[in-house]
Design a protein around this ligand. Structure first.
Ligand SMILES: [Fe+2]
Length: 187
């Protein structure tokens, strides 16, 4: 399932769009880690994470409205497509655990990586939760990241924000050393 998702992603995201590829990989890592923690289907959650922005390069202004046609053309089932579509900020229905999780990791993974990048060692290994919390309060830092979404989505997951940050930082730090994630390095 992982190999197919990666191949599908590369059909719709160009190799030189490193920002989007790295973001997709970071969300995949986070989704796999949470699936394991919650005893869910790691492969499925990871594939939803990897493909959640599959239509973004071609349709940045209409995203994720084109995910359905793209994923259908690759044989993905309705449930999978709905899970991808659900990370739209406007979602009229109660979100499932997977759907709450993808929303809660979508922006935060990139924010954590941005916090690591400004460290002298540019590493996730020594990044402290309190430093990430401080930067969340600093509106000038990574200003494009919507803080409200981060706070509200963690709350919707019923998870303490500090624990959430710690969990994701560890998952990302581990993945940086994983052979699977060397093709497009996260950092
Ligand atoms: Fe995203």
């Amino acid at each position: 399932m992982r190999q197919k998702a990666w191949e599908v992603l590369l059909v719709h995201v160009s190799r030189n769009n490193e920002v989007l590829l790295k973001h997709s990989l970071a969300v995949e890592i986070a989704m796999r880690a949470y699936a394991e923690k919650f005893d869910q289907d790691v492969e499925y959650w990871g594939a939803v994470g990897l493909l959640h922005d599959v239509d973004f390069e071609k349709y940045p202004d209409e995203h994720p409205a084109h995910a359905r046609e793209i994923l259908l053309s690759h044989g993905y089932e309705n449930e999978f497509i709905i899970d991808v579509e659900s990370h739209a900020r406007e979602w009229g229905k109660e979100r499932t655990l997977l759907q709450k999780t993808i929303l809660a990791v979508d922006e935060l993974t990139g924010f954590i990586i941005a916090c690591a990048m400004v460290r002298p060692d540019k590493s996730l290994d020594n990044l402290e939760v309190k430093s990430v919390m401080k930067k969340l309060k600093d509106k000038a830092f990574a200003r494009a990241v919507n803080r409200e979404t981060i706070f509200e989505s963690a709350e919707a997951m019923d998870i303490d924000l500090k624990e959430h940050i710690e969990f994701l930082t560890e998952a990302l730090a581990k993945a940086v050393k994983d052979p699977l994630y060397q093709e497009v390095p996260l950092i």
